[in-house]
Design a protein around this ligand. Sequence first.
Ligand code: HEC
Length: 218
Amino acid sequence: MKNTIAILCAGAASVMMLATSCSKDPKKPGLEYMPDMYRSPSYEVYSANPNFSDSLTMQHPVDGTVPRNYTFFHYPATNEGYEAAGRDVKNPLVLNKENLAEGKRQYEIFCVHCHGSTGQGDGSIVAIGKFPPPPSYSKGNSSRGGLMKDLTDGKIFHTITYGINLMGAHAAQIAPEDRWRIVMYIHQLQNDGASPIGSDSTTATATKDSSKVTALAK
Ligand code: HEC
């Protein structure tokens, strides 16, 4: 008898819970078991925040602060900046197989659809007629004067960083080290795909450590 009453009570309790936990309004969660598990009491990154005068939860960095390991590129997005970078800036990374292979990989993510796999300006969006062909790295002319195959480290890095005309800036998508790896690979495409590393090159065995960026400019 005791057991039957207990079972009846438990049954009634679960029916009540079911009835109250469901809500007709699809925007209301109904009864929640331990709501803290669903809803964190902390503010969401992009939610409004009454504790700050600008109502932002994710505050801007303090003026003048620089992220750790940030590397500067002190050349403005102007023709003068491009020429100066082309003159003064050298690739700070060691030319080795790893860096070159990573440059190729990054190129195939960020550049290939316009510039094409061999750098002839015949990428997929050009092939379907949606985009005017960029100049060939090995045979074309730069719109800023000179031959594409003569573009230097600094000019290519400047172009990836700031873009030019129809080509957008890639500074936000590609870290400086990876931009330099891509620069290495562009040199290979300027040379019709001939690898700048001989098969028995000593640089090819350079240690990983030496591939770290020490200085980007000057
Ligand atoms: C949306 C298509 C597009 C993408 C993506 C793109 N480019 Fe370009 N790129 C162009 C066009 C178009 C030009 C020619 C711009 C001009 O001179 O008016 C160009 C020009 C260049 C030049 C020559 C600049 C000069 O000094 O004349 C270089 C170098 C270059 N791109 C490298 C890259 C690299 C490296 C990537 C990938 C990180 C890349 N581009 C991604 C379209 C693109």
